[in-house]
Design a protein around this ligand. Structure first.
Ligand code: KDG
Ligand code: MG
Length: 403
């Protein structure tokens, strides 16, 4: 028995908000878990502090699966982004503790390394096609083997995925939601031109990816998928919202462009049909929003039976703690696909010292026991919480669209 005696929720904003759970055991061993839900941070703080922590204290830190089942199956109101993010933080922190007790990096506890490193994709973006490709050239020079391309759409003042600060894209940009304007016809006309030019300049030995960010209907997504086929994308992401999973049948029937989705999924139940019917190629659920390493591991095993590989979400709003957890997971599973890697700012990296490293287009979680990521609490305290929202999108006629 390794009794949990404390579980502290730490909020910090070194450029953007992060929520971290730090669990302490009676032996003085600590573990950290990411609990950041972009634009909804304080809901998770309250969920942890007011509802989960009181019944976590006194439990055996070694019983990761039982604690997971207690909080998921044991609770009547289960699931949803807030509860699953909170549960993920507990789960990650417990894996961190188990690794430290064993003196092993978490990937060893998950079955050991299946590969030498974790191939990542970076984000190249710009207002124009030329700007985007110039950024992609820089990523290629840094050693990236896979690059996501997003570009501004002529006639629209702003577009998802195009940022001012090229390396550190931050979508939660307002103390109230900013309103973007959206036009599907303009986007559908422009996007294939980006990839035509990209292949001309970047060649064919680099993987290219694109995020639609839930903006299309299934038949519009089918059209885009067909138009992009000549450029052999690694994936087209979040082509349409997936509350109705059978929507993906329509896209699938029309295009061979590989499909990825799942960054907002919270459990296996959000993608059961997508996986079972082989309607997607990559599942993007990640540790922090889908119940931690314990649940993600089950999800990946299920996906493996259906030829679906992983592509964990790794935007800047997922803290370095989540990145650490994702890398141990990525290294240890057979059906890994790719890992998103949006770099954190130097301020964030200083608050979360970590063992993971980047080299030759790959990340490696390092050999430190546990997750290999910690939080510098004194430094974290210097950056108080700042309210921030994700934007919303309206069509040209003023009606709301999916952001
Ligand atoms: O919090 C939302 C962001 O993480 C998301 O908009 C980024 O779509 C995204 C991606 O693929 O990284
Ligand atoms: Mg995305």
């Amino acid at each position: 028995m390794l009794k949990i005696i404390d579980a502290k929720v730490i909020v910090t904003c070194p450029g953007r908000n992060f929520v971290t759970l730090k669990i302490t055991t009676e032996d003085g061993i600590t573990g950290v878990g990411d609990a950041t839900l972009n634009g909804r941070e304080l809901s998770v703080v309250s969920f942890l502090r007011d509802h989960m922590v009181p019944s976590l204290i006194g439990r055996d830190a070694h019983q990761i699966e039982d604690i997971w089942q207690f909080f998921y199956r044991g609770s009547y109101w289960r699931g949803g982004p807030v509860a699953m993010t909170a549960l993920a933080a507990v789960d990650m922190a417990l894996w961190d503790i188990k690794g430290k007790v064993a003196g092993l990096p978490v990937y060893q506890l998950l079955g050991g390394a299946c590969r030498t490193g974790v191939t990542v994709y970076g984000h190249a973006n710009g207002e124009t096609i030329e700007d985007t490709i110039a950024e992609a050239v820089k990523y290629k020079a840094m050693g990236y083997k896979a690059i996501r391309l997003q570009t501004g759409v002529p006639g629209l003042p702003s577009t998802y995925g195009v940022s001012k600060d090229k390396m550190f894209y931050e979508p939660a940009d307002g103390s109230l939601p900013t309103e973007n304007v959206w036009s599907t016809p303009a986007y559908l006309k422009h996007t294939p031109k980006l990839f035509e030019k990209a292949r001309e300049v970047l060649g064919w030995d680099v993987h290219l990816l694109h995020d639609v960010h839930h903006r299309l209907t299934p038949i519009e997504a089918a059209r885009l998928g067909k138009d992009l086929e000549p450029y052999r994308l690694f994936w087209m992401e979040d082509a349409t919202p997936a509350e109705n999973q059978s929507s993906f049948r329509i896209i699938r029937q029309h295009t061979t462009t590989p499909l990825a989705i799942g960054e907002i999924f919270n459990s296996i139940w959000d993608c059961k049909q997508l996986i079972e019917e082989q309607l997607i190629d990559y599942i993007r659920a990640t540790a922090v929003h889908a119940g931690g390493i314990t649940h993600l591991k089950k999800l990946a095993s299920f996906a493996d039976l259906h030829h679906v590989r992983t592509g964990c979400h790794g935007a800047t709003d997922l803290s370095p703690v989540c990145m650490g957890a994702a890398l141990h997971f990525d290294l240890s599973i057979p059906n890994f696909g790719v890992q998103e890697y949006m770099r954190h700012t130097p301020e964030t990296d200083a608050v979360f010292p970590h063992a993971y490293t980047f080299s030759d287009g790959m990340l490696h979680p390092g050999e430190a026991p546990g997750l290999g990521v910690d939080i510098d609490e004194a430094l974290a305290a210097k950056y108080p919480y700042k309210r921030a929202y994700l934007p919303v999108a309206r069509r040209l006629d003023g009606s709301m669209h999916d952001w």
